[in-house]
Design a protein around this ligand. Structure first.
Ligand SMILES: [Zn+2]
Ligand SMILES: [Zn+2]
Length: 245
C-alpha cells in the first residue's frame, strides 16, 4: 500500500469513528465505504428491471416477452432516443431525492450516483457517450435554490465515466412553474421552447447523456432533447435516478 493511500485510509477511519455515517433509511451505521445508505437499504430500493418501453422506459402492464414501444411513444415519438430510470419514485428513494433537492442533503450525491451508474451500465453503451449534461434550472430559480441537484449528479456521473460534464451548452430560457397538477399534454405545452442550445458546435453530431433526478411524463427531458436535436445532436439519451408515473 502506498503511503498516501494508507494515510487517506487512516483519516477515513478516524473520521468515521468521530462522525459515524448513519444510514438515512434505518439509522444504523453505514457499512458501504464512503456512502450513507447501508447495503440492506441500498439493495432494498425498488429498481426497474424488465418489460420497459424501448424508447421512454415506461413499465409495461403485464408480461412482455419482446421489445416493445408504448402507446404514448407510438402516438408522439419523443425527441430523445432512449430514457431510463434507476428506481421507482416511492418510499425511501422518494424521501432521499426530496432531501437531496430541497434540504441540501448533498452528502447523498454518491449514493444517488451509484443508482444512476448501475442503470446506465445496464441500458446504455457508456463508451459511445461524448458528454453528460444536467437538465438546467433557470438562472433565477438557481439563485433562489443556490444549487441545481441535477448539476451535482451529472458532475459525479461524468467523473466516473471520464466524460465531459457540459454545464454550458444547454440553458433554460424561462421558468416553467410547478407541473404537479398538469397532465401529460399540458406538461408538454408548458415545456415547449423552454430550453435553448447556446453553443451548437458543442452538441452537433454528438451522443449526449441528459441527467435529471426524477422523470414523470418525460416532458422536460423531451423539451431538452428537442433543443439538442435541433442543434444537430446525433443521439440524446436520458437517465434519471427515479421515475414516478
Ligand atoms: Zn440502512
Ligand atoms: Zn414509451
Amino acid at each position: 500500500m502506498r503511503l498516501p493511500d494508507f494515510g487517506a485510509k487512516v483519516m477515513g477511519l478516524a473520521a468515521d469513528a468521530l462522525f459515524p455515517r448513519l444510514c438515512p433509511g434505518c439509522g444504523n451505521r453505514c457499512d458501504r465505504p464512503g456512502r450513507y445508505l447501508c447495503w440492506s437499504c441500498f439493495s432494498g430500493i425498488e429498481l426497474f428491471t424488465d418489460s420497459l418501453c424501448d424508447c421512454c422506459g415506461r413499465l409495461a402492464t403485464g408480461e412482455v416477452g419482446h421489445r416493445f414501444v408504448c402507446s404514448a411513444c407510438r402516438h408522439i415519438k419523443p425527441s430523445f432516443d432512449r430514457a431510463r430510470s434507476a428506481g421507482h419514485f416511492t418510499g425511501l428513494l422518494q424521501h432521499l431525492l426530496h432531501q437531496f433537492k430541497y434540504s441540501s442533503a448533498l452528502w447523498l450525491r454518491n449514493d444517488l450516483t451509484d443508482l444512476l451508474e448501475g442503470c446506465l451500465r445496464a441500458h446504455f453503451d457508456a463508451e459511445q457517450i461524448d458528454a453528460v449534461l444536467p437538465v438546467p434550472l433557470h438562472r433565477l430559480r438557481k439563485r433562489q435554490r443556490t444549487y441545481n441537484q441535477s448539476d451535482l449528479l451529472s458532475a459525479e456521473l461524468a467523473k466516473r465515466l471520464n466524460r465531459r460534464n457540459d454545464l454550458r451548452s444547454l440553458s433554460r430560457t424561462r421558468t416553467t412553474g410547478t407541473q404537479t397538477r398538469l397532465n401529460a399534454i399540458q406538461r408538454r405545452e408548458n415545456m415547449k421552447g423552454a430550453f435553448k442550445v447556446t453553443d451548437p458546435p458543442m452538441v452537433a453530431g454528438r451522443t449526449l447523456l441528459l441527467v435529471d433526478d426524477v422523470m414523470t411524463t418525460g416532458a422536460t427531458l423531451d423539451a431538452c432533447a428537442t433543443a439538442l436535436k435541433k442543434a444537430g445532436a446525433a443521439r440524446v439519451w436520458c437517465i434519471t435516478v427515479a421515475r414516478g408515473i
